[in-house]
Design a protein around this ligand. Structure first.
Ligand code: GP9
Ligand code: MN
Length: 718
C-alpha cells in the first residue's frame, strides 16, 4: 500500500517537474504565486471594503489580468538566458510595488501614487524610516515564493526550457489578458459607475482593478497633469486676476462683519434639496427643525440658491465653498489635482485673518475624495474622519457613521478645539440609496413606487433630527450664541431620471416634465443662522455655491478683494445673479438656459428671442463660459502658485497631520495655559459630553462591541 502511495507521489512530482520545466508551466507558476500574494494582501493588509459576493469575485479575478499581461511580456523573448531573468525581474518588481503599498497602507490607510513615490507631492510623504519600522513578521510571505523558485532553478528541479514559446501563443496570452481586463473593468463599472472618470477613492480603483492598474492609471494621470502645468506662466495668472478683479463685488455695508469673531459651524446637508424645506408628507413636516431655522429671525435663508457641482459631487461642493473656484468639467478636482495644487482656501484665510482654528468632522474614511491630502493643502488643522469614531455594527451605513452618532461623537473633539473655530460637519446618512435601519426611523413616507424617492424623505427626516440634537447641545453649552451656523445642501439627491417619480409628491405634473423642471430642482438650501441676531429673512437673490465664500467672509468682517474668487457676495448690490451650472447651462433671475434653449422662469415656457434679446442671452452665455474657463485654467494649471495675495502666507501641507488629533488639541490647551479658549478650558476642565442628548437607538443596545475595531481605528483611543 505504502509502496503504491510512494509511486503515485513520485509520479506526481515527476509530472509537476516536467510541467514546470516548460516555459508556459514556469510562467503559470509565477502568475499563480503572484495572484496568491496579491489576494493575501487584499484580505490581510488592505481594507478595501469588500462586502458583497460580487465584490469578492471582482477582487479575486482582478490581479489575474494585469499579471498575465505583465509576465506575458517575457513570453515573447526567445533566448532562454534572457527569458528566465526577465520574467523573474518582472515578478520581483511587481512584488516590490505590492509590498511598498502594503507598508504604505499601514501608515496612511491609502495607496501610493506616482507623486508619492517620486516625492513630487508635497502632501503625502513617501516611505520614511519610520514606515519601514512597520514591517511585520508575516511579510516574509511576500518574498518566500521568489526564494523558493530561485532555489528550484538553482538545484535544477525546474529545468530551463530552451524552446521559445512562439509569437502566436504569446500573443494569445496578451489577448486573454486584455479580454480579462475589459471584463474586469465592465464589472467594476457595473458596481461603481464612472469608476475612472470620477475616481472617488484610490481604494475603489484597487478594489475593482488591482494595484498594477491603479499605478498605471495614476502614472498616466500624473503625466497629463505635469504636461498641463509645464507650459503655464505668470501671465496666465494675470489674465485670471484681471477677470476676478473686475468681477469682484463690494460687500454690503449693512452686512459686513455682523458675525465678526463668532465661531463658524458649517453643516453640510448631504444630498439635501430645497424642495424638502417646508415639505409635508402625510400631514407631517419632513424637516421640522430645519424649517424652523429657515424662517427664524436669526437666519438669512436663500430660496433661489443652486448647487453647481459636476461629477465630483460632494467634493465639488466642498471645493466651491472653501475656495470659490469651480470643480472640473470632468472628474473631481479633489482627486485629480487636490494632492498638489496650491489653494487659498477658507481654513487658511480664516486662520490668518481671524486666528480661526479649523476642523472637519466626517464619518467616512479619510481617503474618500482624497480629502486626507486636499485638507492639508487647504490648511485644515484637524480632520476627524471615521478612524476617530466607533463605526462598528449598526452604527454605520454605506458612507460611514450615522449622522446622529457623528454629531454626538464629535463633541469629545469639538470641545477641545480653540475658539474661534471653523468647524465643518459633513453628514452622510441622507445619501443615495437612502437606506436606513428600521430602528432609526418611524417617519411615514410617500408611496410613489420609487423607493429612492420614498426613502429620501425618511433619511432627510433623520438628518433633521440629527441637526436638532446637535443644536440642543450647542444651546446648552452656550456655543450657539457665540457662533454663526451655515447650513447648505451640497447637490441633488433625486436625479433627473427620477424627477418624474418625485413630481407628484411635490405637487407637480409628471406628464409634461421637462429640462426646465429639472433645472429648477437643482435648488438647495443655504442658511446663515446667527443666533441672537434679529435681522434674518428669506432672501430671493439668485446665487450658487460659488458665491458662498465671499459672502461668509464678509459676514465675518474679512475682506476678499485680494483673493482669486469666482463668486460674489450674495448680499452685495453688485452680486452677479447669473448662476452657471458646470455643464455651461445657466439660471438667472428671469431666464433659464439649457443647451442653448431659453426658458422664461415665470411660466417655464421656451421663448423665441428677438435678435436683440438673443444678443443679450449670447452675452450671458459668454460670461458663463468665460468664468468657467478661467476657473478651469486656474485649477488645471495650478496657477495660484504664481500669485500670493497681500498678507497671505502660502499653506505648507507638511505642517499638517491628522493622526492623534485629540492629543494635539490637549497639547494646545496645555501650551496656552489659562489663555486656552477651548470650551473644555472655559468649563474649567470639565467635559460637556454628558450634555449631549440623542435618541440614537444604536447607543441603547451597545452590543456590537469594539472587537470589530481594527488597526485603522488607531485614533480612537487617544
Ligand atoms: C462620502 C460623501 C459622499 O465621504 O461625502 O460623497 P458624494 O457621493 O455625495 O459625492
Ligand atoms: Mn454629496
Amino acid at each position: 500500500m505504502n509502496y503504491i502511495k510512494g509511486v503515485i507521489k513520485l509520479r506526481a512530482i515527476k509530472y509537476l517537474r516536467t510541467k514546470l520545466s516548460t516555459r508556459i508551466g514556469f510562467f503559470s507558476l509565477l502568475v499563480f504565486l503572484f495572484w496568491l500574494k496579491t489576494i493575501y494582501a487584499y484580505f490581510y493588509d488592505f481594507q478595501l471594503g469588500i462586502n458583497s459576493p460580487f465584490e469578492y469575485i471582482v477582487a479575486l479575478i482582478n490581479p489575474v489580468a494585469t499579471t498575465l499581461f505583465m509576465f506575458g511580456i517575457a513570453m515573447y523573448i526567445k533566448p532562454s538566458r534572457l527569458f528566465y531573468p526577465i520574467i523573474l525581474i518582472l515578478d520581483i518588481l511587481n512584488t516590490v510595488l505590492l509590498y511598498l503599498n502594503v507598508i504604505y497602507f499601514r501608515e496612511f490607510t491609502d495607496f501610493m501614487t506616482i507623486s508619492t513615490m517620486t516625492g513630487y507631492s508635497k502632501v503625502n510623504q513617501g516611505l520614511s524610516g519610520s514606515s519601514l519600522a512597520l514591517t511585520m513578521p508575516h511579510d516574509i510571505f511576500f518574498w518566500t515564493d521568489i526564494v523558493i523558485v530561485l532555489l528550484l532553478l538553482l538545484f535544477r528541479f525546474i529545468r530551463i526550457d530552451k524552446n521559445n514559446f512562439g509569437f502566436k501563443k504569446s500573443f494569445t496570452i496578451t489577448s486573454i489578458a486584455v479580454l480579462l481586463f475589459t471584463i474586469n473593468l465592465s464589472l467594476g463599472e457595473m458596481d461603481r459607475p464612472q469608476l475612472l472618470t470620477r475616481t472617488f477613492d484610490r481604494t475603489y480603483i484597487v478594489k475593482y482593478l488591482g494595484i498594477d492598474s491603479f499605478t498605471m492609471y495614476d502614472a498616466i494621470k500624473q503625466q497629463h497633469n505635469n504636461d498641463l502645468r509645464a507650459m503655464a506662466t505668470k501671465s496666465e495668472m494675470n489674465d485670471v486676476l484681471k477677470y476676478t478683479r473686475k468681477h469682484y463685488a463690494e460687500p454690503n455695508k449693512k452686512m459686513f462683519g455682523i458675525a465678526k469673531h463668532r465661531n463658524v459651524i458649517v453643516i453640510h446637508l448631504e444630498s439635501f434639496q430645497q424642495f424638502l424645506i417646508n415639505k409635508k408628507v402625510n400631514g407631517k413636516e419632513v424637516t421640522p427643525f430645519l424649517n424652523s431655522l429657515y424662517k427664524n429671525k436669526s437666519t438669512y435663508s436663500f430660496d433661489n440658491f443652486f448647487h453647481q457641482v459636476g461629477q465630483g459631487k460632494t467634493s465639488d461642493a466642498e471645493n466651491m465653498l472653501e475656495t470659490s473656484t469651480f470643480g472640473l468639467p470632468q472628474g473631481s478636482l479633489f482627486t485629480q489635482f487636490g494632492s498638489d495644487n496650491v489653494f487659498q482656501a477658507a481654513p487658511a484665510i480664516l486662520k490668518q485673518q481671524g486666528n480661526y482654528n479649523s476642523a472637519v468632522f466626517h464619518g467616512n474614511v479619510a481617503s474618500f475624495w482624497n480629502r486626507n491630502s486636499v485638507y492639508k493643502n487647504m490648511g485644515y488643522q484637524y480632520f476627524f474622519d471615521s478612524s476617530y469614531y466607533d463605526t462598528s455594527g449598526d452604527k454605520s451605513l454605506g458612507y460611514g457613521l450615522k449622522d446622529k452618532l457623528l454629531f454626538k461623537d464629535s463633541i469629545k473633539y469639538l470641545q477641545r478645539l480653540q475658539q474661534p473655530f471653523y468647524a465643518k460637519y459633513i453628514t452622510v446618512t441622507n445619501h443615495f440609496p437612502y437606506t436606513l435601519d428600521a430602528e432609526d426611523s418611524n417617519f411615514k413616507t410617500t408611496n410613489t413606487g420609487d423607493s429612492n424617492v420614498d426613502n429620501y424623505f425618511k433619511t432627510a427626516h433623520y438628518l433633521d433630527q440629527s441637526v436638532k440634537e446637535f443644536y440642543n447641545y450647542l444651546n446648552k453649552t452656550g456655543l450657539l450664541k457665540k457662533s454663526i451656523i451655515m447650513l447648505y445642501g451640497d447637490h441633488y439627491g433625486i436625479s433627473n431620471s427620477e424627477n418624474p417619480n418625485l413630481a407628484k409628491a411635490i405637487g407637480k405634473n409628471p406628464d409634461n416634465w421637462n429640462d426646465f423642471d429639472n433645472a429648477q430642482l437643482q435648488r438647495v438650501p443655504l442658511m446663515f443662522n446667527i443666533p441672537g441676531n434679529k435681522g434674518g429673512y428669506i432672501d430671493h437673490t439668485y446665487g450658487g455655491e460659488i458665491d458662498v465664500l465671499p459672502t461668509l467672509l464678509h459676514l465675518l468682517g474679512i475682506n476678499t478683494n485680494q483673493y482669486v474668487q469666482f463668486g460674489t457676495d450674495l448680499f452685495s448690490n453688485d452680486h452677479d445673479t447669473v448662476v452657471a451650472f458646470r455643464n455651461r447651462d445657466w439660471v438667472s433671475t428671469k431666464y433659464t438656459s439649457i443647451g442653448g434653449t431659453i426658458y422664461n422662469n415665470k411660466n417655464g415656457k421656451v421663448i423665441n428671442p428677438s435678435p436683440s434679446k438673443r444678443r443679450v442671452f449670447n452675452k450671458m452665455q459668454a460670461r458663463v463660459n468665460t468664468e468657467l474657463s478661467f476657473s478651469d485654467e486656474l485649477n488645471e494649471q495650478n496657477l495660484l502658485r504664481f500669485y500670493n495675495p497681500s498678507g497671505f502666507t502660502p499653506v505648507n501641507p507638511k505642517d499638517y497631520s491628522y493622526t492623534n488629533g485629540l492629543q494635539k488639541e490637549k497639547g494646545k490647551e496645555t501650551e496656552l495655559g489659562n489663555k486656552s479658549n477651548s470650551l473644555w478650558s472655559k468649563n474649567k476642565g470639565t467635559s460637556t459630553e454628558n450634555l449631549y442628548k440623542t435618541d440614537a437607538p444604536e447607543l441603547m443596545h451597545q452590543n456590537t462591541g469594539s472587537s470589530k475595531l481594527n488597526k485603522s481605528k488607531q485614533n480612537l483611543d487617544n
